[in-house]
Design a protein around this ligand. Structure first.
Ligand SMILES: Nc1ncnc2c1ncn2[C@@H]1O[C@H](COP(=O)(O)OP(=O)(O)O)[C@@H](O)[C@H]1O
Ligand SMILES: [Mg+2]
Length: 256
Protein backbone atom coordinates (compact mmCIF):
# COMPACT_ATOMS: atom_id res chain seq x y z
CA UNK A 1 0.00 0.00 0.00
CA UNK A 2 1.41 3.35 -0.95
CA UNK A 3 0.90 6.29 1.37
CA UNK A 4 0.32 8.81 -1.41
CA UNK A 5 -2.89 10.79 -1.22
CA UNK A 6 -5.65 9.42 -3.44
CA UNK A 7 -6.02 12.74 -5.28
CA UNK A 8 -3.30 15.35 -5.77
CA UNK A 9 -3.80 18.54 -7.76
CA UNK A 10 -0.56 20.47 -8.13
CA UNK A 11 -0.49 24.07 -9.26
CA UNK A 12 -3.35 23.47 -11.70
CA UNK A 13 -4.22 26.12 -14.26
CA UNK A 14 -7.06 25.97 -16.80
CA UNK A 15 -7.84 28.55 -19.47
CA UNK A 16 -10.73 28.64 -21.94
CA UNK A 17 -10.51 30.46 -25.26
CA UNK A 18 -7.68 32.50 -26.72
CA UNK A 19 -6.68 36.12 -27.20
CA UNK A 20 -9.14 38.64 -25.82
CA UNK A 21 -11.70 35.87 -25.23
CA UNK A 22 -9.30 33.99 -22.95
CA UNK A 23 -10.72 33.15 -19.52
CA UNK A 24 -8.37 31.94 -16.78
CA UNK A 25 -10.88 29.73 -15.02
CA UNK A 26 -8.36 28.18 -12.59
CA UNK A 27 -4.95 29.61 -11.65
CA UNK A 28 -2.35 27.69 -9.66
CA UNK A 29 -4.68 25.62 -7.49
CA UNK A 30 -3.22 22.83 -5.35
CA UNK A 31 -4.90 20.30 -3.08
CA UNK A 32 -4.35 16.82 -1.71
CA UNK A 33 -7.01 14.36 -0.56
CA UNK A 34 -5.87 11.37 1.51
CA UNK A 35 -7.59 7.99 1.06
CA UNK A 36 -10.96 7.92 2.81
CA UNK A 37 -11.12 11.67 3.32
CA UNK A 38 -13.82 14.04 2.16
CA UNK A 39 -12.41 17.31 0.84
CA UNK A 40 -14.54 20.32 -0.07
CA UNK A 41 -14.18 22.95 -2.77
CA UNK A 42 -16.23 26.00 -1.90
CA UNK A 43 -16.73 29.39 -3.50
CA UNK A 44 -19.34 31.51 -5.22
CA UNK A 45 -20.62 30.78 -8.71
CA UNK A 46 -17.86 31.15 -11.34
CA UNK A 47 -15.01 30.62 -8.85
CA UNK A 48 -13.66 27.60 -10.78
CA UNK A 49 -14.98 24.69 -8.68
CA UNK A 50 -16.51 22.69 -11.53
CA UNK A 51 -13.50 23.37 -13.73
CA UNK A 52 -11.19 21.71 -11.17
CA UNK A 53 -13.38 18.57 -11.21
CA UNK A 54 -13.63 18.64 -15.00
CA UNK A 55 -9.85 18.97 -15.28
CA UNK A 56 -9.41 15.86 -13.12
CA UNK A 57 -11.73 14.01 -15.53
CA UNK A 58 -9.82 15.24 -18.58
CA UNK A 59 -12.70 17.49 -19.64
CA UNK A 60 -11.05 20.92 -19.35
CA UNK A 61 -8.12 22.56 -21.19
CA UNK A 62 -5.31 22.30 -18.62
CA UNK A 63 -2.57 24.86 -19.26
CA UNK A 64 -0.33 24.06 -16.30
CA UNK A 65 0.24 21.82 -13.32
CA UNK A 66 -0.26 18.14 -12.64
CA UNK A 67 -3.01 15.78 -11.52
CA UNK A 68 -2.11 12.56 -9.71
CA UNK A 69 -4.38 9.69 -8.70
CA UNK A 70 -2.84 7.29 -6.18
CA UNK A 71 0.55 8.84 -6.82
CA UNK A 72 0.41 8.38 -10.58
CA UNK A 73 0.25 11.35 -12.91
CA UNK A 74 -2.69 11.17 -15.31
CA UNK A 75 -2.69 12.89 -18.66
CA UNK A 76 -4.50 12.70 -21.98
CA UNK A 77 -7.72 10.86 -22.59
CA UNK A 78 -9.19 9.17 -19.54
CA UNK A 79 -9.97 5.57 -20.39
CA UNK A 80 -11.70 2.64 -18.78
CA UNK A 81 -9.12 2.26 -16.09
CA UNK A 82 -9.76 5.83 -14.94
CA UNK A 83 -13.54 5.28 -15.00
CA UNK A 84 -13.13 2.28 -12.71
CA UNK A 85 -11.25 4.45 -10.20
CA UNK A 86 -12.86 7.89 -10.48
CA UNK A 87 -16.50 8.78 -11.10
CA UNK A 88 -18.31 12.10 -11.11
CA UNK A 89 -21.83 13.09 -10.05
CA UNK A 90 -23.21 16.30 -11.57
CA UNK A 91 -25.49 18.95 -10.15
CA UNK A 92 -28.35 18.38 -12.56
CA UNK A 93 -29.36 14.72 -12.60
CA UNK A 94 -31.90 15.42 -15.33
CA UNK A 95 -29.27 16.71 -17.71
CA UNK A 96 -26.86 13.88 -16.93
CA UNK A 97 -29.35 11.01 -17.46
CA UNK A 98 -30.44 10.05 -20.98
CA UNK A 99 -34.15 11.02 -21.15
CA UNK A 100 -35.21 8.01 -23.22
CA UNK A 101 -33.20 5.34 -21.40
CA UNK A 102 -34.78 3.37 -18.58
CA UNK A 103 -33.07 3.24 -15.18
CA UNK A 104 -32.19 -0.37 -16.03
CA UNK A 105 -30.40 0.69 -19.20
CA UNK A 106 -28.67 3.66 -17.56
CA UNK A 107 -27.23 1.39 -14.86
CA UNK A 108 -26.44 -1.53 -17.19
CA UNK A 109 -24.39 0.57 -19.61
CA UNK A 110 -21.21 0.97 -17.50
CA UNK A 111 -21.28 -2.77 -16.75
CA UNK A 112 -21.51 -3.57 -20.47
CA UNK A 113 -18.69 -1.14 -21.35
CA UNK A 114 -16.47 -2.75 -18.72
CA UNK A 115 -17.41 -6.29 -19.77
CA UNK A 116 -18.92 -7.14 -16.38
CA UNK A 117 -21.42 -9.99 -16.19
CA UNK A 118 -24.21 -10.75 -13.72
CA UNK A 119 -25.80 -7.46 -14.79
CA UNK A 120 -29.31 -8.23 -13.63
CA UNK A 121 -28.22 -8.80 -10.07
CA UNK A 122 -25.75 -5.90 -10.05
CA UNK A 123 -28.35 -3.39 -11.29
CA UNK A 124 -30.87 -4.58 -8.69
CA UNK A 125 -28.24 -4.31 -5.97
CA UNK A 126 -27.12 -0.84 -7.11
CA UNK A 127 -30.73 0.39 -6.94
CA UNK A 128 -31.21 -1.09 -3.46
CA UNK A 129 -27.91 0.44 -2.29
CA UNK A 130 -29.19 3.96 -3.00
CA UNK A 131 -32.71 3.32 -1.70
CA UNK A 132 -34.54 3.11 -5.04
CA UNK A 133 -37.54 0.73 -5.11
CA UNK A 134 -37.14 -2.22 -7.50
CA UNK A 135 -40.40 -1.15 -9.20
CA UNK A 136 -38.56 1.88 -10.67
CA UNK A 137 -36.28 -0.30 -12.75
CA UNK A 138 -38.00 0.19 -16.11
CA UNK A 139 -39.07 3.78 -15.57
CA UNK A 140 -37.65 6.76 -17.43
CA UNK A 141 -35.85 9.61 -15.63
CA UNK A 142 -38.80 12.03 -16.06
CA UNK A 143 -41.03 9.60 -14.14
CA UNK A 144 -38.84 10.09 -11.06
CA UNK A 145 -38.52 13.01 -8.64
CA UNK A 146 -35.36 15.14 -8.57
CA UNK A 147 -34.06 13.32 -5.49
CA UNK A 148 -34.75 9.92 -7.04
CA UNK A 149 -32.97 10.96 -10.23
CA UNK A 150 -29.94 12.01 -8.22
CA UNK A 151 -30.03 8.58 -6.54
CA UNK A 152 -29.88 7.03 -10.04
CA UNK A 153 -26.87 9.21 -10.89
CA UNK A 154 -25.16 8.13 -7.65
CA UNK A 155 -25.97 4.45 -8.34
CA UNK A 156 -24.49 4.81 -11.84
CA UNK A 157 -21.34 6.43 -10.45
CA UNK A 158 -20.88 3.64 -7.90
CA UNK A 159 -21.82 0.60 -9.99
CA UNK A 160 -18.22 -0.07 -11.05
CA UNK A 161 -17.08 0.18 -7.43
CA UNK A 162 -14.74 3.18 -7.81
CA UNK A 163 -12.83 4.29 -4.67
CA UNK A 164 -13.07 7.99 -5.63
CA UNK A 165 -16.18 10.14 -6.19
CA UNK A 166 -16.15 13.71 -7.49
CA UNK A 167 -19.40 15.45 -6.58
CA UNK A 168 -20.34 18.71 -8.28
CA UNK A 169 -23.08 20.44 -6.24
CA UNK A 170 -24.92 17.10 -6.00
CA UNK A 171 -27.82 18.56 -3.99
CA UNK A 172 -27.96 22.20 -5.16
CA UNK A 173 -30.76 21.54 -7.66
CA UNK A 174 -32.92 19.73 -5.08
CA UNK A 175 -35.61 20.99 -2.70
CA UNK A 176 -34.17 21.77 0.72
CA UNK A 177 -36.13 18.90 2.30
CA UNK A 178 -34.62 16.42 -0.16
CA UNK A 179 -31.06 17.78 0.09
CA UNK A 180 -30.51 16.31 3.56
CA UNK A 181 -31.71 12.87 2.42
CA UNK A 182 -29.23 12.78 -0.44
CA UNK A 183 -26.39 14.11 1.75
CA UNK A 184 -27.16 11.40 4.33
CA UNK A 185 -27.13 8.78 1.58
CA UNK A 186 -23.70 10.01 0.42
CA UNK A 187 -22.38 9.93 4.01
CA UNK A 188 -23.60 6.37 4.49
CA UNK A 189 -22.13 5.18 1.17
CA UNK A 190 -18.86 6.90 1.99
CA UNK A 191 -18.67 5.07 5.34
CA UNK A 192 -19.70 1.68 3.95
CA UNK A 193 -17.29 1.81 1.00
CA UNK A 194 -14.48 3.86 2.46
CA UNK A 195 -14.85 6.32 -0.43
CA UNK A 196 -12.62 9.30 -1.02
CA UNK A 197 -14.73 12.36 -1.88
CA UNK A 198 -13.96 15.65 -3.59
CA UNK A 199 -17.11 17.60 -2.88
CA UNK A 200 -18.01 20.88 -4.60
CA UNK A 201 -20.59 23.30 -3.21
CA UNK A 202 -21.22 27.03 -3.10
CA UNK A 203 -22.73 26.45 0.36
CA UNK A 204 -20.26 26.34 3.24
CA UNK A 205 -22.92 24.75 5.50
CA UNK A 206 -23.12 21.75 3.17
CA UNK A 207 -19.32 21.51 2.94
CA UNK A 208 -19.06 21.71 6.74
CA UNK A 209 -21.58 18.86 6.99
CA UNK A 210 -19.81 16.64 4.44
CA UNK A 211 -16.08 17.44 4.62
CA UNK A 212 -13.15 17.47 7.05
CA UNK A 213 -11.20 19.98 5.02
CA UNK A 214 -12.02 22.47 2.33
CA UNK A 215 -10.37 24.87 -0.04
CA UNK A 216 -11.98 28.26 -0.64
CA UNK A 217 -11.81 29.36 -4.30
CA UNK A 218 -12.37 32.83 -5.70
CA UNK A 219 -11.85 33.88 -9.28
CA UNK A 220 -10.05 30.59 -9.97
CA UNK A 221 -7.54 31.08 -7.16
CA UNK A 222 -7.19 29.32 -3.81
CA UNK A 223 -7.93 31.84 -1.07
CA UNK A 224 -7.75 29.79 2.09
CA UNK A 225 -7.70 26.16 3.23
CA UNK A 226 -9.99 25.29 6.13
CA UNK A 227 -9.53 22.36 8.52
CA UNK A 228 -12.37 20.65 10.40
CA UNK A 229 -12.18 23.06 13.33
CA UNK A 230 -12.25 26.16 11.13
CA UNK A 231 -15.20 24.67 9.21
CA UNK A 232 -17.17 23.78 12.34
CA UNK A 233 -16.58 27.09 14.07
CA UNK A 234 -16.57 29.30 10.99
CA UNK A 235 -13.16 30.55 12.12
CA UNK A 236 -11.76 31.84 8.83
CA UNK A 237 -9.11 34.41 7.98
CA UNK A 238 -10.02 35.96 4.65
CA UNK A 239 -12.91 38.42 4.31
CA UNK A 240 -14.15 36.38 1.34
CA UNK A 241 -14.39 33.17 3.40
CA UNK A 242 -16.09 35.18 6.16
CA UNK A 243 -18.75 36.18 3.62
CA UNK A 244 -19.33 32.50 2.81
CA UNK A 245 -19.66 31.80 6.55
CA UNK A 246 -22.25 34.57 6.89
CA UNK A 247 -24.19 33.29 3.88
CA UNK A 248 -24.21 29.77 5.34
CA UNK A 249 -25.38 31.05 8.75
CA UNK A 250 -28.15 33.02 7.09
CA UNK A 251 -29.26 29.83 5.42
CA UNK A 252 -29.24 27.85 8.67
CA UNK A 253 -31.02 30.50 10.74
CA UNK A 254 -34.75 29.75 11.01
CA UNK A 255 -37.10 32.33 9.52
CA UNK A 256 -38.37 34.90 12.09
N1 LIG B 1 -16.48 25.79 -21.39
C1 LIG B 1 -16.18 27.03 -20.96
N2 LIG B 1 -15.85 28.01 -21.84
C2 LIG B 1 -15.54 29.26 -21.42
N3 LIG B 1 -15.51 29.63 -20.13
C3 LIG B 1 -15.82 28.71 -19.21
C4 LIG B 1 -16.18 27.36 -19.56
N4 LIG B 1 -16.43 26.67 -18.43
C5 LIG B 1 -16.25 27.54 -17.41
N5 LIG B 1 -15.88 28.77 -17.87
C6 LIG B 1 -15.58 29.96 -17.06
O1 LIG B 1 -14.66 29.58 -16.06
C7 LIG B 1 -14.95 30.22 -14.84
C8 LIG B 1 -15.16 29.17 -13.75
O2 LIG B 1 -16.31 28.43 -14.03
P1 LIG B 1 -16.78 27.17 -13.19
O3 LIG B 1 -15.63 26.26 -12.96
O4 LIG B 1 -17.96 26.61 -13.86
O5 LIG B 1 -17.20 27.85 -11.78
P2 LIG B 1 -18.08 27.27 -10.59
O6 LIG B 1 -18.25 25.80 -10.79
O7 LIG B 1 -17.31 27.61 -9.36
O8 LIG B 1 -19.39 28.01 -10.64
C9 LIG B 1 -16.16 31.09 -15.09
O9 LIG B 1 -15.71 32.39 -15.38
C10 LIG B 1 -16.80 30.45 -16.29
O10 LIG B 1 -17.53 31.39 -17.05
MG1 LIG C 1 -20.04 24.74 -10.98
Amino acid sequence: MSASPRIVVENLSVAFGTGRARVEAVSGVSLAVPAGASFGLVGESGSGKSTVLRAICGLAPVTGGRILIDGEEIRGRRGREFAARVQMVFQDPYGSLHPRHTIDRILSEPLAIHGLGDRDRRVGQAMADVGLPASFRFRLPHQLSGGQRQRVAIARALILGPPILLLDEPTSALDVSIQAEVLNLLSRLRRERDLTLLFVSHDLAVVDHMCERALVLRGGRAIEELDAEALAQGRVESPYAAELVRAAEGFRRPAP
